[in-house]
Design a protein around this ligand. Structure first.
Ligand code: UTP
Length: 293
């Protein structure tokens, strides 16, 4: 069964990006010349997703606006012969159907996902967290979709290996490896275990394929860590009711929700782009020299 729908929650407060996020949604802060959310939407499009639901909150209107066509700007660019830019601007606003729904109160990621029930109309769907940017030849959600197809259209959690001492920064997956050693049948997810308690070093940045049964689980879980409804708790409940898999994806992940991850992504993206590579190289060399790094 083809997975056609993606849910992108963007309702969080983005406190790590204050004061900027007081007025600009964190997701609209650019890496080079594209807002973070642009990369998440491109990942969905490249994976063949046809419809996206943004779960938003107050003050996030610019995200919706960004993905709408801007006829005035398009006309201006066309008249000035700026065909490249014209195509780029047009494509952003026309290549996918986008809906939005407002999460009234920020009661956690699990709570945010529960708003997607009507949108998903019983289908298995993909969740992309826009502040985890992942550069990959095959979009990560496409990698997970093909594992879901292989295993009966069940839920699949994207995981990556992290250093043993870093397990307390992530949700960590426990499970049994299947053939190929890249996919596991998940037993449970543990939130931020200390290295001595972590069952594995397989961390869960924000990529999930979820079945519709997740909505029953989200209704049943109590508030968890931080008084929030945790998606992790709902996934653990789901794993008690149907098979849930975890898959080690191929790709480089940047935690752009944190300042360090954001800086890292900015430098890396600039170095990977032929138009900015020389500039970034010059800047880095100059800084190394000047500050004796
Ligand atoms: P984070 O834990 O990164 O929270 O949320 P945040 O508010 O975005 O950022 P900080 O930690 O305050 O800096 C993970 C994802 O879940 C979404 C966020 O938008 C982000 O994509 N989220 C979180 C919601 O949509 N609603 C919530 O109630 C909580």
């Amino acid at each position: 069964m083809k997975i056609r729908k993606a849910v992108i929650p963007v309702a969080g407060k983005g406190t790590r990006f204050l004061p900027a996020s007081k007025e600009i949604p964190k997701e609209m802060i650019p890496i080079i010349n594209k807002p973070m959310i642009h990369y998440a939407v491109m990942e969905a499009i490249e994976a063949g997703i046809e419809e996206i639901l943004f779960i938003t909150s107050e003050g996030k209107g610019s995200i919706e606006h960004y993905f709408k066509r801007n006829n005035k700007l398009e006309k201006f660019l066309k008249e000035r012969g700026k065909d490249d830019l014209f195509e780029q601007i047009k494509t952003i606003g026309s290549s996918i159907e986008i809906q939005t729904i407002r999460q009234d109160e920020q009661l956690g990621l699990g709570h945010a996902i529960s708003y997607a029930e009507e949108f998903t109309t019983g289908e298995t769907f993909c969740v992309i967290l826009g502040d985890d940017l992942i550069l990959a030849e095959t979009p990560v959600c496409a990698q997970l979709m093909s594992i879901s197809n292989q295993y009966n259209n069940n839920a699949v959690i994207g995981v990556m290996e992290v250093a043993n001492q870093d397990t307390d920064k992530y949700g960590i997956v426990d499970g049994i490896f299947l053939e190929g050693k890249k996919t596991l049948k998940m037993k449970k997810m543990v939130e931020k275990p200390s290295p001595d308690k972590a069952p594995t070093n397989l961390a869960t940045p924000g990529r999930y394929i979820l079945t519709n049964k997740i909505f029953d689980c989200l209704r049943e879980i109590p508030r968890g860590v931080g008084g929030e409804y945790q998606l992790t708790d709902a996934i653990n409940l789901l794993a008690e009711r149907q098979d849930v898999y975890a898959h080690i994806f191929i790709g480089d992940r940047f935690d752009t929700g944190s300042i360090k991850g954001y800086l890292n992504a900015t430098v890396e993206f600039a170095l990977r782009n032929s138009e900015t590579r020389d500039m970034m190289e010059e800047i880095i060399k100059d800084k190394v020299e000047r500050y004796k790094l």
